[in-house]
Design a protein around this ligand. Structure first.
Ligand code: ZN
Length: 318
């Protein structure tokens, strides 16, 4: 099966997506015209009300890739992936250098005006590189919404729910599998935060353990502030008794507060909440489980398929 083609009727209302074969015939017979290339959308030139079914959109938002999927009942109608540009900062830096040198060359008078940037003083200002990524995320969701009849919107905003991570009483949808699942998520977070690096010997990879800074025997909890990544070579009985781990326990060692990418995802999450208040939001740890249930391999669009909330897949583009 291939991706469906999005269809807009004569009056600009979205209909159900159709099969590419049908779209080809309509275009050949002059009954439709191409409206947009991405995503491929045609507009009918004759009146049609069409039938409508429940449609769900799944979005795997991110700062490098966006996964997109449209599902209806047990069918995946559309799946895709957008790669976001990563060169905005570099281009702006280059522009700044050109402008500076132009002022110094005096080939043309250009006032020094590095201090009068009004836009920066506004509350919702974002650095250009971040703004570009945030806007692409928002625009792609809008694009899909505009070519579909009333659709349910599901968005994944980052891997970890920091609110739930900080609060040991984990509950709510996605955490129904009990404490063990909650603890699995917390462990995944600690590994990601410490960049999969032993915090004693600073070696990356290897056999990593999650160590309780304040030992469990001394009342240490399973919260992220009390957990740290230590490799099996450093996680020894000796270190626990008299070595560095004993010292950490006594000093109540502080862990890194944030992990890479958390800042961006926090900004993106807030902007998406504002732009799409009707959407249902969820986190990556939950998506991973759902994707495994559907027996899909790991990719951004497969994540998006899982995010859309589909329960069983009968037909899916390859
Ligand atoms: Zn180590």
């Amino acid at each position: 099966m291939q991706n469906r083609v999005f269809v807009i009727n004569k009056h600009g209302k979205a209909l159900m997506p159709c099969k590419p074969r049908k779209a080809r015939i309509l275009l050949r017979d002059g009954k439709a015209k191409v409206l947009k290339k991405e995503p491929f959308t045609i507009q009918l030139l004759y009146g049609s009300t069409g039938y409508k079914q429940d449609v769900s959109i799944g979005i795997d938002s991110g700062q490098r890739h966006i996964g997109l999927a449209v599902t209806s009942q047990d069918k995946v109608l559309f799946q895709g992936e957008v790669e976001l540009r990563q060169d905005v900062k570099k281009l702006i830096d280059t522009r700044r250098i050109y402008r500076r040198s132009r002022r110094n060359r005096k080939t043309r008078y250009r006032k020094a005006r590095f201090l009068n940037r009004i836009a920066k003083k506004k509350d919702n200002w974002l650095p250009p590189s971040v703004a570009s990524k945030v806007n692409h995320n928002i625009n792609w969701i809008k694009r899909l919404l505009s070519v579909l009849p009333k659709a349910d919107l599901h968005i994944e905003v980052g891997k970890f729910d920091m609110q739930k991570m900080k609060n040991p009483a984990i509950n709510g949808e996605g955490y129904q599998q009990g404490d063990l699942y909650g603890y699995q998520t917390v462990k995944q977070f600690v590994l990601a935060r410490d960049n999969y690096t032993c915090q004693v010997c600073k070696k990356k990879g290897g056999k990593l353990k999650i160590h309780h800074i304040i030992y469990r025997s001394l009342g240490g909890t399973n919260t992220v502030d009390n957990l740290i990544t230590v490799c099996s070579n450093c996680h020894t009985t000796k270190n626990h008794q008299t070595g560095i781990l004993a010292k950490w326990c006594k000093d109540k060692k502080k862990v890194n507060k944030s992990y890479k990418g958390a800042t961006f995802m926090n900004i993106l999450r807030r902007r998406l909440y504002t732009a799409f208040p009707q959407a249902k939001f969820q986190y990556g740890a939950w998506t991973t489980l759902q994707r495994a249930d559907l027996r899909l391999t790991k990719s951004h669009y497969n994540d998006a398929v899982a995010i859309s909330g589909i329960r069983k897949i009968k037909a899916k583009p390859i």
